[in-house]
Design a binder for this molecule. Structure first.
Ligand SMILES: Cc1cc2nc3c(=O)[nH]c(=O)nc-3n(C[C@H](O)[C@H](O)[C@H](O)COP(=O)(O)OP(=O)(O)OC[C@H]3O[C@@H](n4cnc5c(N)ncnc54)[C@H](O)[C@@H]3O)c2cc1C
Length: 467
């Protein structure tokens, strides 16, 4: 169903009737999809995690690894298990290798910008290591990715970013550069002006999220689906002098001394201090059945981002197991009508935007001439379109850590439509902090920490966007 909606910045709660993404269509047999959907929540639990996406699942997993008893943890999820962005994305696990450096440097300074880029590389390595070590069946495909510069303006922008990053001491040893004819040959994109290649991957994100939840549930964690947290209010102190929080839900109230917000775009609903610093944006993705020229031995070996400008880009990742091509639509596209451009400001992931769909598919068909509509057979071409809500932050980095002024509350949210390249260090980081570690123990860039100082800086209007 296509939409025509009023834009909205206040996230509220996730809408109750989201559409079913390609990833969800292919995992309907997950046994915990609607687990405990009619059960009342317990009156108390030491740890309450709000949100069951990859952040919530991995934070829970890491707490258990760190020694927390699984039976002391409950997860509250507003809809079916992992029904947020984690089961609705474009499948890319794609670190930024240098492109965002110029903007990060302006926002956070040179040292932090270097750390942000280094952290993304580390996340890719962590996801690879984790999925291999635990044999996670999530179709993880470690390969390379191309940033394909579709215009000379963007080629210039990328060249500047690359140079600035290299001059600042950034590691570029893993990045290959191609220009002109060579770029067109390696990428198979006839309009390519230049291209950069570096290690990246793709996965079936819902399978990864579900694997994490399965491990936690097997250890004794209880997941309550279709059970939104409606409020978190102070209700006194425990015998050990910790603040006790009361989390209300439609199925009762539970008391906890540790509450972890893994609600990404929806974090401001329960943490109003994040309103305007995390804003929900709707993103759209598409699944495409390839023609023979992109099938079998002709499958695209690498993923790519077809870049017209910093924000006008299309992501392309072809899946190994079935050859389906996942197309991510651009965040901003100057060609779209004002209505379609505004449609991304809604939180309604029950529907998609027809104009965005048309533009995205047309772009793919023009880029890969073999995929032209007139030449496709019945059964080839667009298979499915879906949407999901991403959490954009005003300074392009997530909020991780202790919520100041709310002892016992923690957050890991605001992934800027880029969580697959961030969560695998942020979630273990927040778990370390909860277990008593210092910020240095997390290894995360300091600018990711949610501090009063950062919120005050943002209040003054410091902002900028890489995404
Ligand atoms: C179309 C699209 C394409 C994308 N493509 C990519 C990509 O290719 N690569 C990449 O790195 N990233 C991509 N992303 C972003 C990525 O999916 C997210 O950054 C990541 O999934 C965030 O994970 P999370 O667990 O923090 O949030 P989510 O997966 O959104 O999980 C948050 C959960 O919290 C629940 N929730 C919210 N409020 C409450 C409440 N009050 N009570 C209980 N539960 C609540 C939600 O229902 C949801 O399940 C894309 C996102 C979209 C939508």
């Amino acid at each position: 169903m296509a939409d025509n909606l009023e834009p909205r910045q206040d996230p509220g709660l996730p809408v109750p009737n989201p559409c079913v993404s390609f990833w969800q269509q292919t995992t309907r047999s997950f046994p915990y999809l609607n687990v405990n959907k009619d059960e009342p929540v317990p009156t108390e639990s030491k740890y309450v995690i709000i949100g069951s996406g990859i952040s919530g699942g991995l934070t829970t997993y890491e707490l258990i690894q760190g020694g927390v008893s699984a039976s002391d943890i409950i997860i509250l999820e507003a809809r079916e298990a992992a029904s947020g962005a984690s089961s609705r994305n474009a499948g890319h696990v794609r670190p930024d290798a240098f492109r965002g450096f110029q903007v990060y440097k302006q926002l956070h300074g040179k040292e932090q910008a270097l750390k942000i880029i280094a952290n993304e590389k580390l996340v890719f390595e962590r996801v690879k290591e984790f999925t291999e070590k635990h044999n996670v069946q999530c179709d993880f495909n470690p390969t390379t990715t191309f940033d394909v510069c579709m215009t000379s303006e963007f080629a210039d922008f990328n060249a500047r970013s690359f140079k600035q990053y290299q001059d600042a001491g950034g590691d570029v040893s893993h990045i290959k550069f191609y220009s002109g004819e060579e770029a067109r040959r390696v990428t198979r994109v006839s309009q390519a002006v230049a291209a950069y290649e570096w290690p990246a991957g793709s996965s079936h994100p819902a399978k990864l999220a579900q694997w994490l939840l399965t491990q936690c549930i097997a250890q004794g964690v209880k997941l309550y689906t279709h059970c939104p947290a409606l409020s978190v209010t102070k209700s006194g102190t425990s015998p050990a002098d910790s603040v006790v929080w009361e989390i209300s839900t439609p199925r009762g109230t539970t008391k906890a001394t540790t509450v972890i917000h893994c609600t990404n775009a929806f974090a401001p609903y329960l943490l109003p201090q994040l309103t305007t610093f995390i804003t929900p944006n709707r993103a759209q993705a598409h699944a495409f059945v390839p023609p023979p020229s992109l099938s079998a031995a002709n499958i695209l070996p690498s993923t790519m981002s077809l870049r017209h400008t910093l924000k006008h880009f299309y992501s392309v990742a072809q899946r190994r197991p079935d050859g389906i091509i996942i197309l991510g639509a651009p965040i901003a596209n100057p060609k779209l009508s004002p209505d379609a451009a505004l449609a991304r400001l809604t939180t309604n992931d029950g529907v998609y935007n027809e104009e965005v769909r048309k533009d995205c598919v047309e772009n793919f068909e023009t880029t890969f001439e073999e995929a032209e509509k007139g030449r496709l057979r019945h059964g080839e071409g667009l298979l499915h379109t879906w949407t999901g809500i991403v959490g954009m932050t005003t300074d392009s980095v997530p909020f991780v850590g202790r919520v100041e002024g709310a002892e016992g509350q923690w957050v890991c949210a605001g992934f800027n439509g880029h969580g697959m390249a961030r969560i695998f260090t942020c979630a273990p980081g927040v778990a370390k902090l909860i277990l008593g570690g210092s910020w240095a123990d997390t290894g995360l860039p300091e600018c990711f920490e949610i501090t009063q100082e950062r919120l005050e800086k943002l209040q003054k209007g410091v902002s900028g966007s890489v995404f």
